[in-house]
Design a binder for this molecule. Structure first.
Ligand SMILES: C[S@@+](CC[C@H](N)C(=O)[O-])C[C@H]1O[C@@H](n2cnc3c(N)ncnc32)[C@H](O)[C@@H]1O
Length: 294
């Protein structure tokens, strides 16, 4: 029998880590092409098709929760729209493993965190110790930096977009971390990696979680399927002896095997370990994760 929304919420909540109120409620099943995330007291429903299934719409209305709807396949990527339930402030904190992150329903297409990286964030926190130096590239709102900083690491957060760096500072402050004790670099990742290598600057840990497709400041195109090995190699040149790298991609076109080969090519001699997606992402296993230890 098809589970109800209430049953899905209860079964996910029963398996979540402590102090976590953000998770995937349904991942393309039982409603095909519909993905529901719980973000504190709100639900975010993302749709690949154009219509919301009627039975789901009714259950969302009956849930009494604040529900937002986002269209995934529009050419123009629009922010989610309020669908039903109470109207709550669009900017609010969520909690994951006791770490707070600011969400913003009006920030654009992405709301501040990628929930599918929950286990990787927890592992970054476990691996860091006071004094670890961590470089977080393609940082977005700096969630990996926050986790590393919570464990006592000194972080360098790197992104093309200044608002992302500002958001990262706010996420740190939410958790009692002083951003002034951390470093922030605005600009292109490849450019900064080359600069760090020239300066002989090395990090104990590097996070590589790029978008599938990007343009640098000069408009040059970068694609995961073509350029990931080169990115890993440039990062490896900035990795301290005995350091580690988190390599991930959500590129659906790339197989796990092909991704592993690219990472191995970029950082020869490293010990590689793949990791699965969190339990609540039980649909297509699109996120590939490799931990590379030197
Ligand atoms: C998929 S998000 C990364 C998610 C992030 N790692 C996390 O866990 O939240 C992509 C980010 O990469 C940044 N970005 C895209 N191209 C870039 C480039 N060439 N150099 C630096 N940052 C870039 C974007 O501004 C965006 O914040």
């Amino acid at each position: 029998m098809k589970p109800t929304l209430a049953q899905l919420l209860a079964s996910r909540q029963a398996r979540l880590p402590q102090l976590t109120d953000a998770y995937r409620v349904s991942d393309g099943s039982p409603w095909a092409e519909v993905f529901i995330d719980a973000l504190a007291e709100r639900l975010l429903v993302s749709l690949r098709g154009s219509t919301l299934p009627t039975d789901l719409h009714q259950q969302l209305q009956e849930s009494g929760l604040c529900v937002y709807l986002k269209q995934l396949d529009n050419d123009v990527k629009l922010p989610p729209q309020h669908l039903c339930g109470p109207v709550l402030p669009p900017r609010f904190p969520i909690c994951e493993n006791g770490v707070r992150y600011i969400m913003d329903m009006e920030a654009g297409y992405s709301q501040g965190i990628f929930l599918d990286q929950r286990e990787n964030r927890a592992e970054v926190r476990r691996r860091c110790i006071p004094g670890t130096t961590l470089l977080n590239t393609f940082a977005y709102t700096g969630a990996f930096s926050v986790c590393a900083a919570m464990a006592g690491a000194t972080t360098t957060t790197l992104d093309l977009a200044q608002p992302c760096l500002t958001w990262c500072r706010e996420n740190m402050q939410q958790n009692g971390i002083d951003p002034a004790k951390h470093y922030f670099c605005k600009g292109d990742v490849l450019h900064w990696l080359e600069r760090f290598a020239r300066q002989g600057r090395q990090f104990d840990a590097i996070v590589l979680d790029p978008p599938t497709f990007s343009r640098d400041e000069k408009g040059r195109i970068w694609r995961v399927e073509r350029d990931y090995a080169k990115l890993v190699a440039k990062a490896a040149a900035c990795l301290a002896p005995g350091g580690w790298m988190l390599c991930t991609t959500n590129c659906r076109k790339l197989s796990t095997g092909a991704f592993r080969r690219m990472v191995a090519e970029g950082i020869p001699g490293a010990q590689l370990r793949s990791a699965p997606m969190p339990f609540d992402f039980d649909g297509e296993p699109y996120l590939k994760t490799i931990w590379a230890d030197m």
